[in-house]
Design a protein around this ligand. Structure first.
Ligand code: BEZ
Length: 257
């Protein structure tokens, strides 16, 4: 996680208290993974460890890794029996070790997808599977377009290189998977409007995930822009007393042959 952020700006407590939906949606991906007791599985981008723990509970030998020390620390405190390590997805240190690599809501932070896919392929045993879901092309674009729009109205230049995420199309990502050696057995790109908890749902989401778009701004300017974004998006993303983020997901399965 947090591929583009220099210091560790991840707030693991806010993540657990207001964004538990990330792991809850991931439970569906676990079904696609179809983990078996005794398998060795790497959870790439484990966050605060909830899905790793689900796998541990059914007898999987799980290792959870995340780029954020805060997340790993929180995961380790919650689940002391599981191995969690700080690792960067673009330089994975594993060779032929895992029956599966599982990754939920992480790979959109990895702006160098090819070295990450090479490391994942290398980490798998022959016949092993890679099962992942993350943000695809157009993900949360209503929100990010409005943030960029408001920054520009304030005369703040937002360059495309500052965009924190990698949101590929399915064609682009499946092609990269094939280039590193995977047989792609599933590739989907689907809409998943995501309810955000409470009146401050949009604001909390931005604080949690889009903080780097406001880097270098004073707290006052940030608050002003945040208010304007919220106001502008209320008509579009707030229905029946609830904010919804316009998530678009990519889901892939690849086999190491
Ligand atoms: C996502 O899961 O698609 C996502 C989460 C946080 C920030 C950006 C995207």
């Amino acid at each position: 996680m947090a591929e583009t952020v220099k210091a560790d700006s991840w707030n693991a407590s806010l993540y657990d208290s207001k964004h538990a939906f990330v792991s809850q949606y991931g439970e569906d991906l676990v079904k696609l993974l179809a983990p078996q007791q005794g398998e060795s599985i790497l959870d790439l981008g484990c966050g605060t460890g909830d899905l790793a723990n689900n796998l541990h509970q059914i007898g999987v030998h799980i290792i959870g890794i995340d780029k954020s020390e805060n997340m790993v620390q929180q995961a380790q405190n919650k689940y002391p029996d599981i191995i969690f390590n700080v690792e960067d997805a673009v330089s994975l240190p594993f060779t032929n070790e895992f029956d599966a690599v599982f990754s939920n809501a992480t790979l959109h932070w990895v702006k160098e997808p090819k070295p990450a896919l090479q490391g994942i392929y290398h980490a798998l045993k022959q016949g092993g599977r890679f099962v992942a879901e993350f943000g695809g092309k157009g993900n949360v674009q209503t929100i990010t377009d409005e943030i960029i729009n408001q920054l520009r109205i304030y005369g703040i230049d937002f360059r495309s290189g500052q965009f924190p995420w990698y949101y590929p199309s399915i064609g682009e990502y499946a092609a990269l998977m094939e280039q590193v050696g995977f047989r792609v057995t599933l590739a989907q790109h689907y809409d998943r409007p995501t309810p955000l908890e409470g009146e401050n749902g949009l604001r909390n989401w931005i604080e949690m995930f889009a903080f780097s778009m406001f880097e270098g701004l004073s707290a006052e300017t940030k608050a002003l822009i945040m208010n304007r974004v919220e106001k502008a998006l209320k008509e579009v993303l707030y229905q029946n007393g609830q904010w919804h983020a316009d998530y678009k997901r990519i889901r892939v399965v690849g086999v190491k042959e």
